[in-house]
Design a protein around this ligand. Structure first.
Ligand code: GUN
Length: 293
């Protein structure tokens, strides 16, 4: 079993980006600028946004964090989105999800200019992705593609089982891996809460993408010997023995699944760090006007 080290891989990609930024600076070109909107004080969201801002600092990007209270109205948030759409200094921006219940996430996502949608959540980017056109890929699936590519894991002709059909992970992942592409050409089964016999599906999988958000949902007896396991789950479970009072676990049960796997991503230190790297890569593309000119 080999561990796919997302922390190490994301560090080496960040170092590559840092070099590109140094080159841009040396040539007197624009430095990429990412803005993030964070509403409220959800601890997980705060931690993700902190990590995004820290990563921008590391690679030499400019970053702007716009923090607003939970009490912000939808109209006020839409105004901020419009300002960022029109601000030529900002190459790309994200609205950290989830949003408070009184704000319609779809409406906010639709308000983002697809040219600045470095999260790849806007239906224009999603549609372009589905048709294999240049676009911003959503961060988590993009990070997983990078992992599979850089670890030389063959996907062509393989049977991939994706668990979970979210708009930001499961569904785009299933589309990307079935596309005719270097990391792609797989036969993909997208499973979800109504799947009749998940275990039977999983036992056929050469590659499992677990993105259901339920702690340790998949166990070793559901996994074929030698399967590749990509665990997207970042679940907090109570743990009094930890200083923080919780620990992070994935969607697969590490102790029973890892002995059967040929490759597996740990939690933490697997897919998580790669999502930030993807966001930086998209922002670099936005700054270079690589996708939309
Ligand atoms: N919430 C969980 N994942 C993400 C992400 O990739 N982007 C944003 N904006 N919010 C998230």
């Amino acid at each position: 079993m080999e561990i796919i080290d997302g922390k190490k891989l994301s560090q080496s990609i960040k170092d590559e980006i840092k070099e590109s930024v140094a080159q841009l600076k040396a040539e007197g070109k624009n430095i990429p600028h990412l803005a993030a909107i964070l509403i409220g004080s959800d601890p997980a969201s705060e931690s993700y946004v902190r990590s995004k801002v820290r990563s921008c600092d590391y690679v030499g990007f400019e970053s702007t964090l716009i923090r607003k209270d939970d009490s912000i109205t939808e109209a006020e948030l839409l105004d901020i989105v419009r300002e960022l759409n029109e601000n030529d200094d900002v190459d790309g921006f994200i609205v950290q999800l989830p949003l408070p219940k009184h704000i319609d996430e779809v409406k906010v996502t639709l308000a983002i200019d697809p040219k600045k949608d470095v999260d790849g959540f806007h239906p224009v980017n999603f549609g372009r992705m589905a048709q294999g056109l240049p676009c911003y890929l959503p961060a988590t699936p993009y990070g997983i593609l990078q992992m599979l590519d850089r670890y030389n894991i063959e996907t062509s002709g393989k049977h991939v089982v994706v668990v979970g059909r979210s708009n930001i992970v499961g569904t785009p992942m299933s589309i990307l891996l079935s596309r005719k592409a270097k990391v792609g050409n797989a036969t993909v089964t997208l499973t979800h809460s109504r799947t009749k016999d998940l275990t039977a599906e999983l036992l056929r999988a050469d590659i499992v993408i677990a993105a259901i958000g339920i702690p340790e949902f998949i166990s070793g007896d559901q996994i074929k010997e030698g399967a590749v396991i990509i665990d997207v789950g970042i679940n907090r479970v109570e743990d009094e023995s930890r200083k923080a009072g919780y620990r992070l676990v994935g969607d697969v049960e590490w102790d029973s699944v890892s002995p059967k796997a040929s490759y597996i991503t740990p939690v933490p230190g697997g897919v998580g760090p790669m999502t930030v790297t993807s966001l930086l890569m998209n922002t670099l593309k936005a700054s270079a006007k690589e996708i939309y000119g």
